[in-house]
Design a protein around this ligand. Structure first.
Ligand SMILES: [Zn+2]
Length: 186
């Protein structure tokens, strides 16, 4: 028998990449997790967030009795991703909201990130095998301007001069939005 290539072996997992349409419940097959598709029945988009939601539930199912694990959900995972390596604290310090503590700040930015994933200005890369023991998702901000705008709207009390925009970009390791001039200091 010919050895199946890695790719073909992964192909056998395809049954696990059936999602149910969050709008009408029809089953939609996706070749690779994270690929957005339109539902053949209702034409609505099966977005990345809906897929992530279903994958995390599926990942959890065989592990639900394990005391060493926390049941994951979309906000939990997204928050872990964007706050990793002190990034959350750095962004909080960079923005410096006047009336919001770090816990609430984190929740608000997490919701913004989730929206960004579906809107496409934040990119969520799915792992090759989302049901593996420790699947590694990667979240990257691909449009720093839209991200900065989103953060700005959340905290209108902040004086959004250029150093704030720049420190937001710096905290998140992205290029500063074009409108921010790096050279000017207040
Ligand atoms: Zn549908």
């Amino acid at each position: 028998m010919m050895a199946a290539s890695r790719k073909e072996q992964r192909g056998t997992r395809n049954a696990e990449l059936d999602f149910s349409c969050p709008h009408c419940g029809v089953i939609i097959s996706v070749a690779r997790a994270g690929e957005t598709r339109n539902c053949p029945a209702c034409r609505q988009t099966l977005g990345k967030v809906a897929q992530l939601d279903q994958l995390l539930a599926r990942w959890w199912e065989p592990r639900r009795s394990r005391a060493d694990l926390v049941k994951p959900n979309v906000p939990y995972l997204v928050e872990r991703l964007w706050t990793a390596n002190g990034q959350g604290e750095r962004l909080y310090a960079g923005v410096g909201p006047k009336y919001t503590n770090y816990d609430i700040f984190r929740n608000m930015v997490t919701r913004l990130m989730i929206r960004g994933i579906d809107e496409g200005w934040a990119e969520l890369k799915f792992p090759q095998d989302p049901l593996a023991e420790d699947p590694q998702y990667v979240l990257t901000i691909v449009d720093s301007e839209r991200f900065a705008e989103g953060v700005e709207k959340l905290f209108p009390e902040v004086d959004w001069d250029e150093p704030v925009s720049a420190s937001v970009a710096e905290a998140m390791n992205v290029e500063p939005p074009k409108r921010a001039k790096k050279t000017k200091k207040k």
